[in-house]
Design a protein around this ligand. Structure first.
Ligand code: IPE
Ligand code: IPE
Ligand code: MG
Length: 250
């Protein structure tokens, strides 16, 4: 195997974030209710986690439920909550066995107590694991994330820990979700839509973006592999010139 050229960026992303979209359309194509698509999507979640473990990807962040998804019909929201609850009961031990650290990111207080407490239990149980950082974004919004970080930084300023005119990107960054993890290298959205839908905003400032037409329940290892191949072919310049990157000043 030829080694990557000197100064080449990481060819394997350390952190992949995925907007798992297209469950509803997958079900409609089969003349089934939308919730059938959400059920089918769970297998794709398992595949993606297994794939990251196998390929040695350090962090995987999955968008499972946005702060806007509460606006869906009540029965669909109810079915999704039921699905999350069952998935937690079913999957946590196995993920723990594989060394996966589970973290839920988002405003967890909005969930029913039974669900919120299971989420906390899963995080506590797997907190010391190091094989894969699995972040599940639920009731998450990129704008919410920035606002909650600003609120916490304001409290630090009020406590005299930082002066308001010292505030810059570096002082805000630690308060954002996922601050303790590698930067998001690769942002994937399945289902064909080409938008961010209020998922990670700050964190994807320099992520490579990959849109796949594949509907989420069909997103398998081969599809993930294709996204990685596309990523490996990108030149990440971070504002520099191609010549600088080639010269190893990247
Ligand atoms: C994504 O699939 C899953 C969630 C938002 C929970 P959708 O349910 O948005 O599926 P489409 O986009 O309607 O096909
Ligand atoms: C984004 O998908 C949210 C998740 C995948 C959890 P949506 O289906 O809600 O996004 P929009 O509404 O089409 O932008
Ligand atoms: Mg959708």
């Amino acid at each position: 195997m030829t080694p990557p050229p000197a100064g080449a960026p990481h060819r394997l992303p350390r952190h992949v974030a995925i907007v798992m979209d297209g469950n509803g359309r997958w079900a409609r194509k089969r003349l089934r209710p939308r919730t059938f698509g959400h059920h089918a999507g769970q297998k794709a979640v398992r595949n993606a986690i297994e794939f990251c473990l196998r390929r040695g990807i350090a962090a995987l962040t999955l968008f499972a439920f946005s702060s806007e998804n509460w606006q869906r019909p009540e029965d669909e929201v109810g079915a999704l909550m039921e699905l999350f609850l069952k998935a937690l009961d079913r999957e946590v031990d196995e993920l723990h066995g594989h060394g996966v650290r589970i973290r839920f990111v988002g405003e967890l207080a909005a969930f029913a107590p039974a669900l919120a407490s299971r989420m906390r239990a899963a995080m506590d149980k797997t907190a010391a694991n190091t094989k894969l950082m699995l972040n599940i974004a639920v009731n998450y919004g990129g704008r919410w994330d920035i606002a909650q970080a600003a609120a916490r930084l304001a409290r630090a300023a009020q406590a005299g820990e930082i002066a308001p005119d010292q505030i810059d990107e570096r002082s805000l960054a630690p308060y954002l979700c996922l601050a303790d993890q590698p930067p998001v290298d690769l942002f994937i959205r399945t289902g064909g839509e080409q938008r961010v839908s209020n998922f990670l905003l700050w964190q994807i400032a320099y992520a490579e973006i990959y849109f796949s037409a594949t509907l989420w329940p069909d997103f398998d290892a081969a599809a993930f592999e294709q996204a990685l191949a596309d990523y490996a072919g990108r030149e990440r310049r971070f504002g520099k010139t191609s010549a600088q990157i080639a010269a190893g000043n990247g």
